[in-house]
Design a protein around this ligand. Sequence first.
Ligand code: NAP
Length: 530
Amino acid sequence: MYKLTQKSYIAGTWVSPKGEAFQAQNPATQELLSEHNNCLESEINSAMEAAQQAYPVFNQLSPVDHANFLIAIAEEIEALGDQLLEVCNQETGLGLPRLTGERGRTTGQIKAFAEIVKNASWVQASIDTAEPERAPLPKPDLRKMLKSIGPVAVFGASNFPFAFGTLGGDTISALAAGNPVIVKGHPSHPATNELFAYAIGNAISRCELPQGVFSLLQGNAIPLSVQLVCHPLTEAVGFTGSLTGGRAIMDATAKRAKPIPVFAEMGSVNPMFFTNNVLTQSAESLAKALAGSVCMGTGQFCTSPGVIVIQKNDSFVNTLAETMSANPKGIMLNAGIGQAFLKGIQEFIATGEVEWVNNDEASLTSTTDNALLPPNVVLKTTASAFLKNPQLQSEVFGPATLVVECDDDVQFTQIAQGLEGNLTVSIHAVDEDNALVKELIVLLEQNTGRIIFNGFPTGVEVCGSQHHGGPYPASSNGSTTSVGIDAIHRFTRVVAYQSTPAQLLPAALQNANPYNIVRRVNGKFSSQSI
Ligand code: NAP
C-alpha cells in the first residue's frame, strides 16, 4: 500500500511546494481531507525544463519500447489495487462500482494506445516518389508523417477522475504520440492524482526512461494554470472541464508570444429531439428512460441530456417529472459544482420564461443549505423563449433538464438551426418522420459532434470510430476527438522530408517499410515496400 505524502511530483522527485494550502472535501461526509500546497513558478520551471530534456530521448523510442511503457503504466495502475478506488471514492463520492468500471475503461484505453503505438500505423505516412524526368520541372521525392509536438500541459476534469484525470485520455494520447506530459492536478481529487503519479513514476523507472517524461503539479490557484500554459516550453494543451475553465485557458494561451494549440473539451447540453409520432407511441417509456439518463451520475456527465425538444405532450412531461422526483438524489462532486448547479437553476427561473415542473422555489431555497445533495430538476420553456434567450443553452451541470415545447415541426427545425455547438444531439423518431429527420440532420451536422438515433447520449463507447468533440463551445476544435485512438492526432505535427537520403529518413518512411504499416504511396494505400 502506497503511503500518501500530499506532495507534487516533479520529474521523478516528490516535492513539497510552498504555495497556498488547499483541501479537497469528501462530498458524502463533508469532511475536509488532507492539506496540499499549490506549486509555484519554480516547480513549473523545473517540470518544464526536465520535460524539454526528456523529449528527444522519449520521442525516439522504438514502437515496441514505447508500447511497453504504456503497458507498464496500465499495469502500475492495476497494481494500486483497491487503494486507488477507496481514495478516489473518498474524494469524489462516485462510488466503488462506478470507479471500478472507470478504472477498466482507463486501463483499456491505455492498452488500446499501446497497440497502435506498437504497430506504428498512426503516423499517417504518405510518400510521393521522385519523377526526375517530369517536364517542365522534375518532381522531387516527398514524404511526410506525423511527429510528436513537444511537452504537453494537461488539465483533467473532476467528474472523470480516472478516464479524464491525471492518467486519462489526454495524458495517455499525448504520451502515445511521444510527448512528455505535465499535469495540473484537479484540486477536487489530489490524493488520486498522487497515486497516479506514483504509478507512472514506477513505469518510467521500470522502462529506464528519463524522469522528465511526466510531472504532476498539484494546486487550485488560477495563476498556476495560467503560468503553465504560458510557459515558453509548453507546446500544446489538453484540457477537459467546464466552459469557464476551458475558455480561461484558451484566452491565457492566446496571449502567448508564440501561439500553441489548445485542445479543450468542455461542457455541452446534448439536446434531444422527440418527434410527435414517437411520443404518440411511447411517451411514458421514453420519459422514464430519459429520467434515468439525466440522473445518471447525478447528471455530472458532459453528455448529460440538458435540452429536450418536443411538441406539447403533457403525458411525457408529467412522467418525466414524476420519475425524476422519485429517483434518489445523488451526491455532487464538490461544493463548488453543487453551488453552481443551484445558481444555474435560479438563473433560468429568473428569466421569467422557465417553469420548474417538479418542484417550487421554496424547495430550491431549502436545498441551498446542502448544495452537495440537490434535487432532480425538470424545467420547461417554450420554443420561442428558447430561441430568443441564448442563456437557456448554457450547461447546468447536474441532475436537471430543460423541456422545450414547440408548436410545430417548423419550430423543431428552427431550434436545430439555432443550437450552439454540442458534443451530441439525439433524435427519437419513427420511419414516418424521415422527411423531418433528414432536414434536422442537415442542420445538426453544422453544430454537433455526434448524432445519435433512438438512443441516449450518456455512455460513450471508446473505439476508433468514436468522435467526442464538437464545434465551440463544446470544444475548442471540433475536428478532433478526446476519446478513442484518434485522440493521438491532437498532439502531433506533420513533418515533410524532401529529397532526403534514404538512410536519414524515419523508419516509417523508408522504402523497405520496416514496420509493415499501411502508407499512401503515390496516391494509393499500400503496406508493400517500395
Ligand atoms: P473545471 O472546473 O473547469 O476544472 C477543470 C480544470 O480547469 C481544473 O484543473 C481547474 O483547476 C481548471 N480551471 C477551472 N477554471 C479555471 C480558470 N478560470 N483558470 C484556469 N484554470 C481553471 O471543470 P470540472 O468542474 O472539474 O468538470 C466539470 C465540467 O467538465 C463540466 O462542465 C463537464 O461538462 C465538463 N467535462 C467535459 C468533458 C468532455 O469531454 N467534453 C468530459 C468531462 C467533463 P482549478 O479548480 O484549480 O481552477
